[in-house]
Ligand binder design. Structure first.
Ligand SMILES: [Fe+2]
Ligand SMILES: [Fe+2]
Length: 166
């Protein structure tokens, strides 16, 4: 459980706290620890449902770190910033170079733009690799079907979940 060390990392704690402060009055989806854990768990379920093994150390580290670059206000590319931070934090948490490169790859391409119809089809086919499962999990972690801000949210209508999918 190397990912537990990320939670205890001072740099990580500082950025996460900053994100929570910046988003305290945000009516749209937040990027807090709850979001990260939702993504990790949904991604794990998706992989298991496809009969695929997953490394918790990889999935949870990717989830904890994927949005951490959002501590910087108005950043266009939070993925790149999250990658930079991940590269600092992961080695001190005991991650190997090969694990770090897998995690960096997942974080770099985590922004999905799938319609719910596409997600349904892809999940049914059961051929999603970890990177794609993660991207979809990031999207499915958002409970648009019960979100009070949904009507003014900039997400495309077809990308918003209409029920609990995972
Ligand atoms: Fe993100
Ligand atoms: Fe996210």
């Amino acid at each position: 459980m190397k990912y537990q060390k990320i939670l205890e990392n001072e740099e990580y704690k500082k950025y996460l706290e900053k994100i929570c402060y910046l988003e305290k009055d945000r009516i749209y989806c937040k990027h807090d620890l709850i979001h990260s854990l939702d993504v990790a768990r949904i991604c794990t379920i998706m992989m298991y449902e496809q009969g695929k093994a997953v490394s918790r150390d990889i999935v949870y580290a990717s989830a904890l770190l994927h949005d951490i670059g959002r501590f910087k206000e108005n950043t266009e590319n939070h993925e790149a910033l999250s990658v930079d931070i991940a590269k600092n934090i992961l080695p001190v948490c005991g991650y190997t170079n090969s694990e770090i490169s897998d995690i960096v790859e997942i974080i770099s391409f985590h922004r999905g733009n799938y319609s719910i119809k596409q997600i349904d089809e892809l999940v049914m086919l059961g051929k999603l690799d970890l990177k794609e499962s993660f991207r979809i999990a990031d999207q499915l972690s958002r409970n648009c079907f019960c979100c009070k801000a949904s009507s003014s949210c900039k997400w495309k209508e077809e990308n918003k979940s209409t029920n609990i999918m995972m």
